[in-house]
Design a binder for this molecule. Structure first.
Ligand code: GRG
Length: 319
């Protein structure tokens, strides 16, 4: 049983009148938290309306900085993670055309380093998560050529390990979260040739545990969020039939709070907005019948939201 109405109530009860997610307590995660909440509500056909929508739009604009990036909250420094969430939120709520596209593109391009990698901000940390954020935002603005595409792809290739999977930086351990980032980046860069498809599909399938849930790396516990991080890569590689979707669906449904709504990281744990979103997104990837919106694996946005992005009007959405 999928508790759709309870999940809607759970998430909407976390959004206060100003559109802030009240159980995301860390100030710097406000923008990311809002993306998780709105993405889940979009998938459940229950986006906020009217005043609350206006407050959210105002919040997003209040986090825009002169350098062309967005902070995680008002007066916070720009970061590529929060810029990505801000742009995704504006796509979900239909105001992406109001953003200062040129400045945002310039900010993202300024974060590319000589080796093709991306830093998260002006302080210099490098991570394949940032490559995904950069390529996702540039793709949404139809501006991927504003960066060095070849170098961006060759950096991702450097992060590919002997097992066909990907890590955070060259030489670091393969991890489901980074695979999502690297596969997504390569799709945006149109460089799927970098993927050793059979090896990577094998690695990802090996992450399904006896419980049916997926884990992020060998010998680790399953967690609902990998129903998004791993499964989106599996879906992008057209290999969903290579895992047991029935068992994975059972694991996600078992992780629901059947009283208050929401989904936890695993059965019997406490539900939160992050796992609720990625659990529902995973169910959407598996075409779970109670979820009517289709999620796109490389944009982490619904096909409905993508259809409203004017810069993508030439794009054919899947039928
Ligand atoms: C566009 C949706 C979207 C995201 C932007 C932030 C980001 C890009 C991607 C995050 C990818 C990632 C690294 C996900 C994994 C997060 C996670 C559960 C990390 C936990 O790592 P450990 O070591 O847990 O605590 P494990 O499961 O390995 O034991």
């Amino acid at each position: 049983m999928f508790y759709k109405e309870k999940h809607i109530n759970f998430i909407t009860s976390l959004l206060d009148a100003q559109g802030h997610v009240t159980n995301v307590l860390a100030e710097h995660l406000k923008m990311n938290g809002l993306y998780w909440a709105l993405s889940a509500l979009d998938l459940l056909d229950a986006l906020p309306q009217d005043e609350q929508r206006d407050f959210i739009r105002e919040f997003v604009f209040s986090c825009f900085n002169d350098d062309g990036g967005f902070g995680g909250a008002k007066n916070h420094d720009s970061h590529i993670l929060t810029t990505c969430s801000a742009v995704q939120i504006s796509a979900i709520l239909g105001f992406i055309h109001e953003l200062d596209k040129d400045k945002i593109v310039e900010f993202i391009a300024s974060l590319q380093k000589e080796d093709g990698s991306f830093t998260g901000d002006r302080y210099g940390e490098v991570d394949t998560r940032f490559s995904l954020c950069a390529t996702l935002v540039l793709s949404l603005f139809d501006s991927i050529t504003k960066i060095n595409v070849d170098k961006a792809a060759s950096f991702i290739k450097e992060c590919r390990n002997w097992d066909g999977a990907f890590g955070q930086v060259p030489g670091s351990e393969s991890h489901g979260g980074q695979i999502f980032c690297c596969v997504g980046s390569l799709i945006h860069l149109n460089r799927m040739d970098v993927i050793e498809k059979d090896k990577l599909i094998w690695w990802l399938c090996e992450r399904q545990t006896e419980s049916g849930g997926l884990c992020g790396r060998p010998e680790k516990d399953p967690d609902v969020c990998y129903s998004w991080w791993n499964l989106s890569a599996i879906a992008a590689l057209n290999a969903t039939e290579a895992i047991s979707t029935e068992a994975l669906i059972r694991f996600i449904l078992k992780s629901q709070d059947d009283e208050k709504g929401g989904i936890a990281d695993s059965p019997d744990n406490v539900a939160d907005v992050y796992h609720t979103n990625f659990g529902i997104a995973g169910l959407s990837l598996m075409h779970f019948p109670d979820i009517h919106q289709q999620i796109n694996p490389e944009f982490a946005l619904t096909e409905r939201a993508l259809r409203t992005v004017p810069y993508l009007s030439h794009r054919k959405s899947p039928t």
